[in-house]
Design a protein around this ligand. Sequence first.
Ligand SMILES: [Zn+2]
Length: 286
Amino acid sequence: MPGLFVGDPTPTKPPMPELPEVETTRRGIEPHAVGHRIVELRLYERRLRWRVQDDLPDLVAGQRILHAKRRAKYLLLELESGTLVLHLGMSGSLRVLPADMPLVPHDHFDLVLDSGNTLRFNDPRRFGSLHYTSGDPNEHPLLAKLAPEPLDAAFNADYLWRVTRRRRVAIKQLLMNSRLVVGVGNIYASEALFKAKVRPKRQARNLTRVEVTRLVRAVKSVLAMAIRVGGTTLRDYVGADGQPGYFRQKLFVYERDTQPCRACSTPVRQLTQGQRSTYYCPTCQK
Ligand SMILES: [Zn+2]
């Protein structure tokens, strides 16, 4: 069947999906989902991060999927009436599979389509979620207060300059604060700071205007690159089409401690910030 991709049905321990992985998933499922009708929602486990509402199978049965969108790390499947709001949580994956593919442990629901395929959700840790809203999804309580998307025009040098001025917090932690900008996780914050030549522990308010401008550009280019190559290849992360991404080989500092910096050969250093590991080059980053 040309164009059909079959995911590996037994994903094991995928790392937390970040924005590029969610966008990669969206792009992977879009051609197989949009325009198709949902034959049936089969729920095998309602107890996700929040309990899935009991009447959801009735609400979505027979509806056509009109669009597959993303807001922050939420996948939005717009239906003829209402929208499904899906979060992959810490370990979730959504794959396109033939509907008759046998289930494996941690498969929690199937969105069976009229094409004979299914969108199958697997999530060992069950921090993922599935909601339905009949109104504007951007008004849904989970989405209404989200900060700007890093790839949108609203995340620009003026904005980052404004939000950094009074904050003593380390710049890396500010970048990872989803109330200020959504979807910049640990890997991408570390890589963007390297690219912008800024040390992760610098106080946000002490960055110069030039550094803030460089950092905004770096965040956008690091995320765009990761999306282009299909998310990170961290261990066994597998995209919607079952193919690993190719971002891993392009990382400059993340998990490269003691290895030579790709720009200047100084050994990359690791430190701990907010219980997360941070990596930087003491020569390239000021
Ligand atoms: Zn260096």
